[in-house]
Write a protein that binds this ligand. Structure first.
Ligand code: HEC
Ligand code: HEC
Length: 268
């Protein structure tokens, strides 16, 4: 038994090509935090972010307590809004995007008054709160999102795919998001994030999600998951085609909602 383990270890070491192991500094995604911007970043952070994210980056700023969706702690190194696979750090661009555009429907507003350099500096400073940012194995390149299938925009072609998607949605998503994607699944109420705060499954019928307003943003979330929350990655569980089918179901629900709000039932 022992001999077999050693042989296996040897085998895996021998088959790993240089640069293949993510733990090596050769990971091309590894770009250590730019410490030269920390001082500037701290200055921006203390004036713009501390009230919510806290001096120590733990999300416990003085304004945080009454919020339903709490400011994130930067100390665990778990980020929701990423273009990278599950468990990895976001790219610098992902951070810049959150700070510049905010996250709709939460207290995380848009910081458009900051210059590009100031936004960059505060993003680098956010990286000072977790050791993960010093470890190459937490870095990864953004995932690839295939082009959106044209049939998603064609009602006749959409219908059969949406019907397939509905079955997949019921099997994989409904327990949390509800059969009709309204966020009211059987398990929804008790869900917590990594800090024990409520994690609320999104009403996916809304066209503007926190993760973005494009259908490809849903695809991205299905690939990456939202780290630190019960929203896992479905990268392996669903094929590319199945992911678009699930999105077709959400798109079909949105169209029904839209049609309903454009033609309300005549009042009696
Ligand atoms: C008024 C409160 C408030 C202020 C001020 C604020 N944030 Fe946030 N921030 C939040 C909340 C709430 C969230 C959580 C949003 C969510 O979970 O969807 C958040 C989320 C984030 C995230 C996303 C984390 C993730 O999981 O991907 C980043 C990055 C971030 N904030 C950076 C900043 C920076 C940098 C500043 C200052 C320039 C700042 N925030 C100022 C409330 C705030
Ligand atoms: C175990 C419960 C659970 C399951 C299963 C689940 N989700 Fe989620 N989902 C969540 C929670 C909780 C959130 C919100 C996380 C947060 O931001 O705190 C979420 C967020 C999302 C978001 C991002 C919403 C936004 O506002 O940006 C999308 C998109 C999404 N889920 C789609 C799906 C789809 C599609 C499936 C099935 C393939 C699925 N989810 C399965 C719990 C779940």
């Amino acid at each position: 038994m022992k001999g077999r383990c050693i042989a296996l270890l040897f085998l895996s070491a021998a088959t790993a090509l240089p640069g293949e192991s993510e733990t090596e500094a050769a990971n091309p995604a590894f770009t250590p935090p730019d410490r030269s911007l920390f001082e500037e970043g701290r200055y921006i952070y203390e004036r713009n972010c501390v009230v919510c994210h806290g001096v120590r980056g733990d999300g416990q700023g003085e304004m945080a307590a009454p919020m339903t969706i709490k400011p994130r702690s930067f100390r665990t190194g778990d980020f929701k809004y990423r273009s990278t696979p599950w468990g990895k750090l976001p790219t610098t661009d992902d951070l810049l995007h959150t700070v510049h555009d905010g996250r709709s429907g939460t207290a995380m507003g848009r910081f458009t008054h900051l210059t590009d350099l100031e936004t960059r500096a505060v993003a680098e400073y956010v990286k000072s709160f977790s050791r993960k940012w010093r470890k190459p194995e937490y870095y990864a390149m953004p995932i690839e999102i295939p082009p959106e299938p044209a049939w998603l925009r064609e009602p006749v072609a959409l219908a059969p795919r949406a019907a397939e998607g509905r079955k997949l949605f019921i099997a994989h998503c409904a327990v949390c998001h509800g059969e009709n994607a309204d966020g009211k699944g059987a398990a929804a109420v008790g869900l917590k994030d990594e800090r024990g705060d409520p994690a609320i499954p999104a009403d996916l019928r809304k066209p503007h999600l926190r993760s973005g307003s494009e259908l490809r943003d849903i695809y991205r979330v299905l690939m990456t998951g939202l780290n630190g929350t019960p929203m896992a990655s479905f990268a392996e569980q669903l094929t590319t085609e199945q992911k678009w089918d699930v999105i077709a179901y959400i798109e079909a629900l949105r169209r029904t909602e839209e049609a309903r709000s454009n033609h309300p039932d005549p009042s009696p």
